[in-house]
Structure formats: structure tokens, C-alpha cells
Design a protein around this ligand. Structure first.
Ligand code: GAL
Length: 969
């Protein structure tokens, strides 16, 4: 971009100042950065905020945001899929962590290409039309290895997340690489989606003000000019005021916590705090699901713990308490592929029980988020409300809160159970007083709603309702509705409003007119009464399927009311086109819509042959779906029929080959090329139990399995060896002496006895140890817990003081990656990994044919490999996975490689994950695929491999196109 002349800069500055003043007290981004941050230059577009809400170019916005981690979906075309799904559900923003470790295998080395191409990610967000909250840490937590710190950072002396000089140099390096890419995509330049930037992450304990201040300074210097945010979780420092403070502080909240084994247990509601009077109430992470640990209860239960009922009650409660910025963590979780998972909290799947499953399927949680999301985007007065007093509902087991927009008097009522965890179904009447909290008075009030005798508001257990009253709905005066508004808009020459309630519940909607309008009930049963004295048209109905009523005021704009059940409502998709809003009913998903002249081009997905109905301007006469014309009928709305996907048959997985490895366990193995492990000191805060230091990270091996070999000249009295290993939760290590298997242990200390006759007195003896590194801990409290050593941490012979000399070998190349496309987390130090067995074409001599299940008593590592061809129908998205089936008492674990990408860590006797989604792009949907599985037989008795098969999760006809992710073979 051409640099601006000084005169132009002055002019822009002037315009920005005028806009800020005209904006009625909006705090511009420059004003709030605290005393310790350089002020950004004024830009053409503004991101500002005040007490009530965020403002983009002066317009208030309800921020309804969905968390996404691109690094958990290594197939860039699927980034478009997920972001389109967010946008289609009414999310106007996505919050994205950028994982430092994913981009930096070695200090000074950064990669932003291929599956790491965040420029492309931000372009896709812009193309989809969704704002971005950028969260590059440096620390991110996120249930990922080291909370996002690169492996090489674990060897630093200085405390991370502090002003320590070595840590400072390291994070500055990261920010200098990532910030300029983010800066190119800022809203303020008019070209990008990035509207906010988070500094650090839940930085509440053991904090360092200078660090926060330096971070902000660095980020501004790197060209970021959007407001800074921070997500408070706990501890004292909220970064709301004073040194180190940010523009928009917010509170993270996970009210249901993370125990998915009791999915019906609800915790009560709480109120999110307002940290500063000049900033809106913001929740940078509100619970959208829950993580599940090794041996956990599985993500279906997490999805239940945080189900649609939870979303409705808790998210509406946030609205009831004045929150106007909500981000949901996670909305699409993805896969902690390779060794990305942090060991204490998660296994490979990061499905998270989210609204969108790991395999990208939409769930009923998505429907609920969509109903609420559409409301937040359609009903603008929600962006500026104050709490007002309201009389209670007639049923005292229920609770009613009221808010009003002080400018236009729109009222919002949230009705819920007094005890939000209650499972009883209640009925009630509520008072609606449109004068409450607004000036001027003389507005009507309705002391008992619903008014129609014999009807009531019904509230099921664990449900709530957000009722809108006194609202200028397009060109109509909505007095109130006991149905919830999903969306509305001016479509052609009429308003269309979509309202919903649960099936079988009464609904009452009152519209105000000067004179009696004409009412046509087009479908469904709807009663209507005109009250001439009040000028109220009252509609009464029971929510059942979809009722349609056309109300035509004399000389005014008609309104088509669509009165739906919540399920019917979820079948509607709203798209905003150049020709105004379009409502589409029927398909599984509508991704995009473009109006050109009289043609409407829609794209999306169907899971079966589906009726299509389009509510659009009368000028639109033809419709295409995924590029093909749709034969449409109807004058009022356009109706047609869409094809579904073709069925898919999957190949059985046969033709298996197997080969045992672990030559490292044999005494004659040549380990001379391995790194000598002889360090006498370490920067690690945990002192080694014995010398030398054996920590894998200290020798540059940060991820995956690590081999050790120790030589000693036996005195003959050696009875065994006591080893201590740091594997992280659910990890394992195995030991051999002179090729004889000694056994395996989990994380921690274990003494392995030497079998009689195993020790060769006076000669060179070799101890071989294979240690699994399940990943580094997070550093949640800023106490360097990510530095907890991995690999061997101590070794002591029993019965002898013979010195041990050590060599170590982890992933090939250590920090210098031989396979940068797949990156630092893809492989560890198994022989087969170091020698490319995980890659397509990785087999050769020495492999023998086998069938599955296969039983194997040889301890250590054996590989299994097969290929299969797919030719899935074109134009279909068929999420597939690889599933393991076996007797869970067998003690083995496996790494699953698909076309060279490690997409699953399976632990047969721990679980719970047995099915591993493989994203298309990695999976060749039209071509040959290679499956390679490295199995670790832990006990030398119950190894081998059970059944392995392909599983189809869904089948969709779609506009989505996915190209193959390229990486070396
Ligand atoms: C928060 C943290 C996130 C994630 C989440 C739980 O504390 O900011 O990164 O760890 O908890 O999933």
C-alpha cells in the first residue's frame, strides 16, 4: 500500500476525531490503551466501544463469536467449511488462537506455509465475511502441548510469562513473525476481518506488569492498531485498569466445568462482571463444550453436559445481564493431531462436545446457537440496554429480568426458572410494562401476558425464553410476543419475521396499528382479535410445525409472520445479499447466496433429497443451487426440490503387512550417531534425580517417543535398575537389558529387575529404554509447569555403582525438521518414524502379509500398513474416520498415520477414543491412501492389533471443494 501523505494523514485524523465526537461519547481505540501503550495512528475505519457495546465504524454490534483453531484442522480448504458454517449460524466473529509451537520448531525458525498459512486463513475469514479476534498468546493454554509454547522454550532459564530476558527475546521473535501477518488483515485498514487482538491469556496469577506492558508495546510496534482485549479467569490481575491494562477486559466462564461423566448435572447461573464502566461486558470465552481426558467418558457426554438446553439458559442469561460480547469456546474443536495434545486434559480428539463435531457435522447445539445468534444480529436495540425493574411472574418458581434500550424503548425480558437447574415444567403469566426504564411515559402496559383466557406461557425444565416487547420490528410495532424472535427483515415489499416456541406451547403476539389491518392465515391455526380501543392486533396459536400469517395494515408495509416450532425454525437460513435479506428453508446448510439481477445463486449442503423454499424479493425469479438451476414454483415464495447425496460404499481394509522393529533394544544396535547425553547441568527448574541430565528436551527432542541407550561394564552384582520417567498422563515406558525385555511402566519411578543370567559380567551391557512423551503440561499459573521434564529423569543401577554412559535419540533431526510440511508435532523417535515407514511407500523388504486382528507377543514396536482406494462421488462431503475395535484389556497403544500424517493416538486399555476422523485433504477422496500404524506392545503378552476399519460419519451433497494437502511422500 502507498504510504499516506502527511496532509492525508491529518485529514484522516480530523475525520476520526469528528466521528468519535459525533459518535456520542464512543471511546475511540486511541483513548483507552492505558498510559503505557503507544497510541496507534488513526485509520480509515474504527473499532471503538462504550459502556454498552462494541462499535464498528460507529455502528453498534452484538458480538456473537465462535472459537476456532486452524492448527487443529490440517486441511486449509476445510477452514472455509468451518467459517462458512459459523457465519451461516449467525456468528459475526470467530476467535482464533495462533499456536506459536505449531509454527516454530526451533528458535529463529518460523513456518507460515501450507497447513500453517495464516495469511490464507485470514483471507478466508474476509471472504466469508466474519470478523476475527486474534489471540496469538504468546501463551494460549488451549489444552495443547506447553499451552502453545514451542518445545525449545522449555529449556530456557528465565520464567516464562515474565520479563525474564531469554523469554522476552523468544516471545518478541514470535510476535515479530506473527503480528505483521495479522496486521495485514485489520478491519481498520478496510481490507481485513481482524477487529480485536488479545494480549496473553488468562494471565491472573504470578503476573508481571512490565511483561504485559512490553507485550502491548511490541504488538503496537508490529503494526497492530485494533483494540487489545484480555480474558480474565482467576487470580488478582484483571488488566482492566492501571499498568499493563487492556482496552477491553473480559471474563472467561465455564459454569458447567469439565466432568462429562455426569452430563445431567447442572451448576447454577452466575453473573459476568463488568470490569470497567466505559467498556461493555465481554466474555472472551464462554463455555461452548468441554474437554475430555484420557480414560474420560467421551465427547457425546460432553455435548450433553453443554447441550442446547444449557446454551439457551446460560447464553440468554448472559443477555439478561447485559453482556453484548460473547465468544463461545469451542464452537468447532477439531483434532489435536500428532503430539499437539496437552497430556493432562485431552487425547487426540478435541471435539469438545461443540456445536460442530470434530468431523464437521452440525449438531442440535448448532441449531440452538443459530436461533440465538440470529436474534442477536437481527434485533439491533439489544446492543444498548439497561436493566429495568419488572414485577415478578405469577409463578414464583420462575424468574423474570427486564432490560430496555434507553433510546427506542425496546424491552427484553428473560424468563427462566428461579433455580436454573430445575427440571420441572411450569406455566405462568408475566407483566409487560413498556414504560419501565424509558422516558416520556404513556406507553401501554399489559399486566398479565398472555391475555387470551385459558392460555399461558409454558416453561419447560432447563429452558428459558427471551421475549422482545415494544420493538419496531421492521415497519411494524411489536407490542410483545411470547414467542421468541429468531430473525426478521424486509424482504421485497414486506417484512418477514420468524418466531418460535417449543412444540405444543402457546404463543401470543400483539402488533399495534392505527386501524384494523387485514389478516390472512395462510397455514396453521392462528386466532386473531382486534382491540380497536388499544389498536392492538392479538394473534394466538399453539406452536406446531410452521404457521404463516400475513398481516396487511392499511396503507402500510405488510408483515409475513412465520410461527414455528424451535425445530422448524432451525431449518431456516438467513443470508444477507446485495438485494437484501433472503430466507431459505429446508437444506442442511446454506453457505452463501448471491443475487445477480433476477437470479439467486445459493450454495450449501443436503443430507437427503430436500424441499427448498426461498423467501426473497419478487425481482428474483430464478434460483440455482450449487451451480445447477432449480425448477421453482410459486408466486409468494419460490419452492423447489434439491437432490441429496449419492450413497457411498467404503472398501474393507485388507492386504495388511506387518513388520517388527525396535532394533534399538538389541545389544548390537549401532547407536554411535545418536546424541551423547552427558549434560551435568540444566536450566530446568526440576533438578535431575541422577547425573547426567537425561531430559529429552535438553537434547532437542521435544515431541513423541524417545529412545535411550546406556552402556555399562557390569561388575556382576547388578540386580536391576530403578528408572524414573516423565511421560505425562497415561504415558508408558519400556526397558530392555541386552535385548531382554524387562517390562513397562507408566509415568514415574519403577524398578526393573534383571532376569537371571541377563547381565554380562566384565563386559559391555546395554540398557535400552523407550519413553513416550505424551506432551508438555500447560503453564496455567505461570509457574513453568510446562517445563516438567519429559523422558528419563533418573536412572540408578541396583547393587552396583558401575557408571552408565548414555545416548539419546528422539525424532529425526530434532529441532531441524526433515519433514517441515507435516511439522514438529507429526513424528517422534520410533525407528519406523526415523526411517520413513509412516510415509506412503514406506514399506519394503522385511514386511510380511498379515490379517487383523493379529495377536503378537513381541514387546516393543511393530508396524502395520495397508493401502485403500477411494473414489467418493464428486460434489459430496463424506466425513470418514478410522476405527479400532479390540478387547480393552489388551495392553497396547498405537500411532495412526494416514498418508504420512499422524492423526490418532490410540491407547487400547485407556481410551476413550476409538474412532479417529481423517479430514479430507489429508484423506485422498479420489485416489490411493496409505494407512500406517505403529503399535507399542507394552507387556509382551497382549500386543498385536485388533480390527481396524473405515467409518463413515455422514454423507452430504455440497458445494465445498477440498484439494489435497501436499506433503512429501
Ligand atoms: C481456558 C483457557 C483456554 C482453554 C479453556 C478450557 O482457561 O483460556 O485456552 O484452556 O480454558 O478448554
Amino acid at each position: 500500500m502507498r504510504p499516506l501523505s502527511r496532509a492525508r494523514r491529518r485529514l484522516l485524523l480530523f475525520v476520526a476525531v469528528v466521528l468519535a465526537v459525533v459518535g456520542g461519547g464512543a471511546v475511540t481505540l486511541a483513548a483507552r490503551n492505558g498510559p503505557d501503550t503507544p497510541q496507534p495512528a488513526h485509520k480509515a475505519h474504527t473499532v471503538a466501544y462504550d459502556h454498552y457495546s462494541l462499535k464498528l465504524d460507529g455502528d453498534r454490534v452484538y458480538l456473537w463469536s465462535a472459537e476456532f483453531h486452524y492448527w487443529r484442522l490440517p486441511s486449509p480448504d476445510l477452514w472455509l467449511d468451518v467459517l462458512q458454517k459459523f457465519k451461516a449460524a449467525g456468528y459475526n466473529a470467530t476467535s482464533i488462537y495462533f499456536d506459536w509451537a505449531y509454527h516454530s520448531p526451533k528458535q529463529g525458525v518460523y513456518d507460515f506455509t501450507g497447513v500453517r498459512d495464516i495469511d490464507r486463513l485470514l483471507d478466508i475469514a474476509q471472504q466469508v465475511g466474519i470478523y476475527v479476534i486474534a489471540r496469538p498468546g504468546p501463551y494460549i493454554n488451549a489444552e495443547t502441548d506447553s499451552g502453545g509454547f514451542p518445545g525449545w522454550l522449555t529449556t530456557q532459564k528465565g520464567r516464562a510469562r515474565s520479563s525474564a530476558p531469554d523469554y522476552t527475546a523468544a516471545y518478541q521473535e514470535w510476535l515479530r513473525h506473527v503480528d505483521p501477518i495479522i496486521a495485514r488483515h485489520q478491519f481498520t485498514d478496510g481490507t481485513g476481518p481482524v477487529i480485536l487482538y488479545q494480549i496473553e491469556n488468562e494471565y491472573g496469577t504470578h503476573t508481571d506488569k512490565a511483561y504485559m506492558k512490553d507485550l502491548k508495546q511490541q504488538v503496537r510496534a508490529d503494526g497492530i492498531d485494533v483494540p487489545f482485549t484480555h480474558n480474565h479467569c482467576c487470580g488478582a490481575s484483571k488488566w482492566a485498569t492501571g499498568g499493563g491494562s487492556v482496552d477491553l477486559p473480559g471474563q472467561d466462564s465455564y459454569p458447567q466445568k469439565f466432568n462429562c461423566s455426569t452430563p445431567d448435572r447442572w451448576n447454577g447461573l452466575s453473573t459476568l462482571p463488568r470490569f470497567r464502566d466505559d467498556a461493555p461486558i465481554f466474555t472472551p470465552e464462554f463455555q461452548g463444550g468441554a474437554y475430555d481426558p484420557w480414560g474420560g467418558s467421551g465427547y457425546d457426554k460432553c455435548r450433553k453436559l453443554t447441550g442446547p438446553d444449557f446454551e439457551k439458559v446460560f447464553y440468554e442469561n448472559n443477555i439478561a445481564t447485559g453482556v453484548t460480547m460473547q465468544n463461545f469456546y469451542m464452537t468447532y474443536g477439531g483434532t489435536s493431531w500428532g503430539w499437539l495434545a496437552d497430556p493432562s486434559h485431552v487425547y487426540t480428539s478435541y471435539d469438545y462436545g461443540s456445536a460442530i463435531k470434530e468431523d464437521r457435522e452440525l449438531t442440535p447445539k448448532y441449531d440452538e446457537a443459530k436461533r440465538l445468534g440470529y436474534l442477536t444480529q437481527a434485533v439491533a436495540p439489544l446492543t444498548k440496554t439497561k436493566s429495568v425493574s419488572a414485577d415478578g411472574p405469577t409463578n414464583t418458581d420462575l424468574h423474570l429480568t427486564a432490560r430496555a434500550n434507553p433510546d427506542d424503548g425496546t424491552h427484553f425480558y428473560v424468563l427462566r426458572h428461579r433455580d436454573a437447574t430445575s427440571t420441572t415444567t411450569e406455566t405462568t403469566h408475566v407483566p409487560i410494562d413498556l414504560n419501565a426504564g424509558t422516558q416520556g411515559g404513556a406507553k401501554p402496559s399489559y399486566p398479565s401476558v398472555p391475555q387470551e383466557p385459558g392460555t399461558s406461557i409454558k416453561l419447560a425444565g432447563r429452558d428459558s425464553k427471551l421475549l422482545v416487547a415494544g420493538y419496531r420490528l421492521g415497519s411494524q410495532d411489536l407490542r410483545y410476543s411470547t414467542s421468541e424472535i429468531m430473525t426478521h427483515g424486509r424482504i421485497g415489499d414486506r417484512d418477514v419475521a420468524l418466531l418460535y416456541g417449543r412444540r405444543g406451547e402457546d404463543g401470543e403476539t400483539v402488533l399495534h396499528y392505527d386501524a384494523e389491518p387485514s389478516v390472512t392465515v395462510m397455514s396453521g391455526k392462528v386466532r386473531h382479535v382486534w382491540n380497536a380501543g388499544r389498536g392492538d392486533l392479538r394473534l394466538n396459536y399453539t406452536h406446531q410445525g410452521l404457521a404463516r400469517v400475513l398481516v396487511t395494515p392499511r396503507g402500510g408495509v405488510p408483515v409475513l409472520l412465520l410461527l414455528a416450532t424451535d425445530q422448524e425454525a432451525a431449518r431456516f437460513w438467513r443470508q444477507d445479499t446485495a438485494a437484501g435479506p433472503v430466507l431459505v428453508r429446508g437444506p442442511e446448510l446454506v453457505r452463501s447466496s448471491v443475487v445477480q439481477g433476477s437470479a439467486l445463486a445459493l450454495t450449501g449442503d443436503t443430507s437427503a433429497p430436500t424441499d427448498l423454499e426461498v423467501f426473497t424479493a419478487p425481482s428474483v425469479r430464478t434460483v440455482t443451487w450449487n451451480g445447477a438451476p432449480v425448477r421453482t414454483a410459486g408466486n409468494d415464495t419460490l419452492t423447489g426440490r434439491l437432490a441429496g447425496p449419492r450413497p457411498v460404499t467404503l472398501p474393507a481394509l485388507t492386504g495388511w503387512k506387518t513388520r517388527a522393529e525396535s532394533p534399538e533394544a538389541r545389544p548390537g544396535f549401532d547407536d554411535r550417531a545418536w546424541t551423547v547425553a552427558d549434560h551435568k547441568t540444566t536450566n530446568n527448574p526440576t533438578p535431575p534425580a541422577t547425573s547426567p541430565v537425561l531430559y529429552a528436551d535438553d537434547y532437542g527432542f521435544h515431541h513423541g517417543d524417545v529412545w535411550y541407550r546406556a552402556h555399562f561394564t557390569a561388575k556382576g552384582r547388578e540386580a536391576g535398575i530403578t528408572l524414573t520417567a516423565g511421560t505425562g498422563k497415561a504415558g508408558v515406558y519400556s526397558a530392555w537389558l541386552n535385548g531382554r525385555f524387562l517390562g513397562s511402566s507408566g509415568d514415574g519411578r519403577h524398578t526393573f529387575a534383571f532376569p537371571a543370567g541377563a547381565v554380562a559380567k566384565g563386559r559391555d551391557n546395554v540398557l535400552s529404554v523407550l519413553v513416550e512423551d505424551m506432551g508438555h503440561n500447560e503453564d496455567f499459573d505461570s509457574t513453568d509447569t510446562h517445563k516438567e521434564p519429559r523422558g528419563l529423569t533418573g536412572a540408578k543401577l541396583r547393587g552396583s555403582t558401575a557408571p552408565l554412559t548414555w545416548r539419546i535419540q528422539g525424532s529425526a533431526g530434532g529441532e531441524t525438521l526433515p519433514d517441515p510440511a507435516r511439522g514438529p508435532f507429526n513424528t517422534g523417535g520410533l525407528f519406523g518414524e526415523r526411517n520413513g515407514w509412516y510415509l506412503p511407500g514406506g514399506t519394503g523388504a522385511g514386511w510380511t502379509a498379515t490379517t487383523l486382528p493379529h495377536r503378537d507377543k513381541r514387546p516393543g514396536i511393530s508396524w502395520y500398513e495397508t493401502t485403500f482406494d477411494l473414489s467418493l462421488p464428486k460434489g459430496q462431503d463424506v466425513p470418514l474416520g478410522v476405527t479400532f475395535t479390540d478387547d480393552e484389556s489388551r495392553h497396547y497403544r498405537a500411532l495412526l498415520f494416514v498418508n504420512g500424517w499422524q492423526l490418532g493416538r490410540y491407547v487400547n486399555d485407556v481410551g476413550p477414543q476409538r474412532s479417529f476422523p481423517i479430514p479430507p485433504g489429508i484423506l485422498r477422496t479420489d485416489g490411493r491412501n496409505t494407512l500406517a500404524i505403529a503399535v507399542w506392545n507394552e507387556d509382551g503378552r497382549t500386543g498385536g492389533l485388533g480390527q481396524v476399519g473405515l467409518r463413515q460419519y455422514a454423507d452430504l451433497a455440497t458445494s465445498l471443494r477440498v484439494s489435497d494437502v501436499t506433503a512429501p511422500r
